[in-house]
Design a protein around this ligand. Structure first.
Ligand code: ARG
Ligand code: ZN
Length: 419
């Protein structure tokens, strides 16, 4: 008899505890959650590791490369996780001991001080207010554009910087993944440099290209990552028949959608591709916007973090390569060399996405290459290689942005050489 009522009591208590830790106004906490780097030996081990992410909230996939995954594990699942890893003979190393310790409460200094800058990460509200200031300060050069509305009805905004007509266009999509805050911080710094730098190379870069920049593309996810869950990746649309929320917008583009296991059909997975290609208002709107200007744009960058790589098409297969793959490699080398020559000495790898990382289908830069004829089309994964991961300290914002500026300058110069 006692047994019978003990079980519901445990269930009730844990339900209460859960409710307390994710209450309405509270942020999700990651006390003693750890991030492990696991080197896997074969495809079977890989699939076991990826399965964990879909299995429960105790596991969350942070990063995947051709020989390893980084996975965040809850404190209560650590022992079981370590046992499972040693059982399958995979080596697991701790990259981050306590995730919560890297999530600084109030990391958004803008909550306290009103000036916009790059010594802290900012909320969407702050970023949009800054965009409005930029629009007001440079009415001759900067125009705003509206990509469309998100699932929750927010505007997805972009700005165009154009010093003269007839320039080749460069498109930048940033923060499609909510938790990758370094991407929008870098995009806004980059905008500021284009408009204010007196460096000759930057002036040349700014004035001889038309820039189309969307600093925060996944607006709903970004807001959610600020107010609720710092580790959120996807959008915020619900799925029928599941309690899990959100689509991986970078798997939702209409380019080899869901081919070759490059995404998941499980709404609870971090790489859920959605019900169909362009099922999401965000990706549909951006693809329509880009299609409308595609004759003017021949370069696209999709900003991501982390792992310090430049990823060209294709993502959906490692058996085929783009016709201009040699050119793509050559311009990426110029980017990587330029970054490496800065005082920080940061190294970037480059190559086709499927080769360098893993098979991923329905991604922005693949769609841009395959469907919008944008010949130079790269996903750029910024700092670092896992010691902070998505929780890159704000002291890295300016160095990372300087690297991006040097890299993009060199890449575009190299592509001009190619003609
Ligand atoms: N980390 C990114 C993601 O998983 C990179 C994907 C790049 N792949 C590609 N096919 N462009 O979404
Ligand atoms: Zn990403």
């Amino acid at each position: 008899k006692l047994w019978v009522c003990a079980v519901p009591l445990v269930v009730l208590l844990s339900a209460l505890a859960n409710a307390a830790s994710i209450g309405q106004d509270e942020r999700v906490r990651y006390d003693n959650y750890s991030v492990y780097k696991v080197k896997y030996a074969n495809a079977l081990q890989r699939s076991v590791l990826l399965q964990l992410d879909e299995e429960s909230n105790d596991f969350n996939l942070w990063h995947e490369a051709s020989d390893q995954v980084h996975v965040m594990v809850s404190p209560k699942a650590k022992l079981e996780f370590e046992a499972r890893m040693s059982q399958m003979n995979a080596s697991a190393e701790v990259l981050i001991e306590n995730v919560q310790s890297l999530i600084q409460d109030g990391s958004d200094g803008a909550l306290r001080d009103s000036s916009f800058g790059w010594t802290s990460y900012h909320t969407l509200e702050k970023i949009e207010a800054w965009l409005d200031e930029i629009l007001a300060s440079y009415p001759e050069i900067v125009t705003g554009f509206l990509v469309g509305q998100s699932y929750e009805g927010r505007d997805i905004r972009g700005i165009k910087i154009s010093y003269k007509s007839g320039n080749p266009g460069v498109f930048i999509e940033s923060n499609i993944h909510a938790r990758e805050w370094i991407t929008s911080a870098t995009a806004t710094w980059f905008i500021n440099e284009l408009l204010t730098s007196s460096d000759a190379a930057v002036r040349d870069l700014a004035e001889n290209h038309d820039w189309y920049i969307v600093p925060v593309f996944n607006v709903d996810g970004f807001v959610y990552s600020h107010v609720k869950d710092r580790m959120w990746r996807k959008s915020r649309s619900p799925s029928a028949g599941s309690t899990c929320i959100g689509v991986d917008l970078n798997r939702n583009y209409d380019s080899h959608w869901m081919e070759n296991g490059g995404a998941s059909d499980n709404p609870c997975a971090e790489t859920y591709a959605g019900l169909s290609a362009f099922s999401e208002p965000e990706t549909k709107a951006l693809s329509e916007y880009i299609s409308g200007i595609k004759d003017k744009v021949n370069v696209l960058f999709a900003f991501h973090s982390y792992s310090q790589v430049l990823l060209s098409p294709y993502g959906h297969t490692d058996e085929e390569f783009p016709d201009n793959y040699d050119d793509l490699l050559q311009v990426a080398k110029a980017y990587a060399d330029a970054v490496n020559s800065l005082q920080y000495g940061t190294t970037y790898r480059y190559g086709s996405s499927a080769e360098v990382l893993y098979i991923a289908s329905g991604c922005t830069n693949d769609w841009a290459y395959v469907k919008a004829d944008i010949e130079i089309s790269y996903t750029i994964e910024f700092r670092d290689t896992g010691h902070h991961g998505f929780l890159l300290p704000p002291t890295h914002i300016i160095p990372n942005a300087e690297e991006t500026l040097a890299g993009i300058t060199a890449l575009l110069a190299e592509s001009r050489e190619l003609g």
